[in-house]
Design a protein around this ligand. Structure first.
Ligand code: ADP
Length: 544
């Protein structure tokens, strides 16, 4: 017997319809790429998204065709996403921080037909355009008056492009399993691989992610997504904010501490989200200027491990609750957030910080397990670590065009490539990426734990730990440090600071000081480059 409920496909544009009807006047601010701060609301965003959809359909875009966006977080980018999805096409976000060759690779692999881009990227695109044959037209996200002179094929200002239609359009009726968006993983090994989100997976992911034990959004919140929309679906905020009716503030292209602080203050932002590097720029700014964060209630930090010292400073000095989050492009992307259950809600001080260094627990619709290399499940005791595997309706089951082959285990779990522990209450803690973990004498050392600890030293701005070949132990940890400007510290200062806080055999064998640590396009420490640089490094302990 079948249920007798309505057949109501889960389509992304229904989120925007809801926002326009229920929260139509909710304010949306953008620091525009042109400079001034501009304002819109969900009602207007929907109207303009309908024009985007109508225009794309008129330009001959068919269901499933890909439309690239190379753009900062702005309201135009938001309406473009909904317009693209609403005519059955697929938004494909491109990370401008990728190497030029990778951008060429993914645009060609995705066979994008139209490119919507901020004017910032015109010089880059002019250079790449001869290698992007699938792009039929470039739409620049600005108005006619500010359209730069360019050789890009069919270049038109976005405002003129949507200005040629009236918005009298009905969202296309689609299967909820139809593709809605795509995003390539940054491909630290091999070529980037395309993850394809469906309307259904995006809607389900937004529903669970906006709930109170995840992002906890509501119409009473003002949300600023600092995490770029080109980074793993913008951590779902372009879906969760309108779904919940929250007000939005988009930072555009300016992510420096002063610009972010100005928006947090001026628009009384209550909730924001981004990677640790952005928050350390904000902290530096606050420390230099004596600035405060009177309105901000919660800050979601993920993408790489949030250092304990950062959590402590934001909470103790600025009164902002830090929420550690973990996820990945293949998971739409949110996989877990660290919000207390009653069992741990009473924790205070150091014990609370211990909990907060964990990446948290998954919401409904994400299942997790940890296994050994043979695929056997490991206990949830907070100590045993193993490969972290996940499954759920917003987790990838394959990559675009079958790249990478079969990616699920026989039970349908996807191997995240992370190594983690899970404690008795279900809180997961990433100890490392499988390829970064340091294998010393058959035991594993977590590079993340060492980095976290080193960064707690007052003179340290950034720390990275890699395994370096060792004749006796296979690998031993090497600590690479960037000092804060004007600060000094020696190897023995740093190691002395770490002693007693971790097992003795985890203490790095050496410390090197550098001016800069390389980062990937998504703001993570580029361990592959570091391993390459220090491949022939001889540890002082190697002669023992
Ligand atoms: P990339 O393309 O750079 O891999 P993703 O955003 O998909 O971009 O990266 C996902 C990975 O980032 C995870 O598998 C994990 O290794 C790392 N990561 C994300 N959040 C955290 C976190 N809070 N702590 C530690 N690592 C994290």
């Amino acid at each position: 017997m079948l249920g007798l409920m309505q057949d109501w496909p889960l389509l992304c544009h229904r989120i925007l319809d809801h926002a326009a009807v229920q929260h139509g006047g909710r304010r949306i601010f953008t620091r525009s790429v042109e400079g001034p701060i501009v304002e819109t609301n969900y009602r207007k965003v929907r109207k303009r998204a309908l024009k985007v959809a109508q225009r794309l359909a008129r330009d001959g875009l068919r269901h499933g065709d890909r439309v690239a966006t190379l753009a900062w977080n702005t309201a135009r980018h938001l309406e473009a996403w909904y317009g693209i999805m609403g005519c059955g096409a697929v938004y494909h976000t491109i990370n401008p921080r990728l190497f030029a060759d990778q951008i060429v690779y993914i645009v060609n692999h995705a066979e994008d037909r139209v490119m919507l881009a901020d004017t910032t990227f015109v010089p880059l695109l002019e250079e790449l355009a001869p290698k992007l044959p699938s792009i039929e037209r470039y739409v620049l996200l600005t108005d006619g008056a500010q359209l730069p002179k360019t050789s890009l094929k069919g270049a038109i200002a976005y405002e003129d492009w949507i200005g040629e239609v009236d918005g009298d359009f009905v969202w296309h009726a689609l299967d909820e399993n139809a593709a809605a968006g795509m995003c390539y993983t940054s491909g630290t090994t091999g070529n980037p691989k395309g993850v394809i989100y469906s309307h259904r997976s995006n809607v389900l992911h937004a529903l669970t992610s906006s709930s109170s034990d995840m992002l906890g959004l509501s119409p009473r919140e003002v949300v600023m997504p600092v995490v770029p929309m080109f980074h793993a679906n913008g951590w779902s905020l372009p879906f969760t904010a309108p779904l919940a009716g929250a007000s939005l503030v988009f930072p555009g292209s300016k992510m420096d501490g002063a610009s972010i602080h100005e928006l947090l203050d001026r628009f009384r932002v209550t909730c924001t989200a981004g990677v640790p590097t952005v928050w350390s720029m904000l902290l530096n700014h606050l420390e230099q200027t004596g600035g405060k964060l009177p309105y901000l209630k919660q800050m979601v930090v993920g993408g790489s491990a949030c250092p304990r010292a950062m959590t402590q400073t934001f909470q103790d000095r600025y009164g902002v609750e830090v929420i550690h989050a973990w996820g990945m492009t293949e998971m739409s992307p949110l996989g877990s957030m660290c919000i207390p259950k009653p069992e741990v809600a009473a924790l205070k001080g150091e014990a609370k910080l211990d909990l907060q260094t964990k990446q948290g627990r998954p919401p409904f619709l994400v299942e997790m397990k940890i296994t050994d290399d043979a695929g056997r499940e490991l206990p949830w005791d907070g100590k045993t670590f193993g490969r972290l595997k996940v499954r759920g309706p917003a987790v990838a089951r394959a990559y675009f065009k079958g790249e990478g082959g079969e990616i699920l285990d026989p039970d349908g779990f996807f191997d995240t490539g992370d190594v983690a522990t899970i404690d008795e209450y279900g809180y997961m803690r990433i100890t490392d990426r499988a390829k970064d973990v340091i294998k010393s004498g058959g035991e594993w050392i977590s590079s993340i734990d060492l980095e976290n600890l080193a960064i707690g030293h007052p003179a340290v701005a950034e720390a990275a730990v890699i395994g370096v070949a060792h004749p006796k132990w296979d690998e031993r940890p090497l600590l690479i440090i960037v000092l804060k400007s004007g600060q000094r510290a020696s190897k023995s200062d740093i190691l002395g600071f770490m002693e007693g806080k971790i097992a003795k055999w985890w203490i790095p064998d050496d410390v090197v000081f550098v001016d800069k640590i390389p980062h990937t396009a998504t703001g993570k420490i580029q361990k592959t480059t570091l391993r390459e640089c220090f491949r022939d490094y001889r540890l002082p302990t190697a002669a023992e």
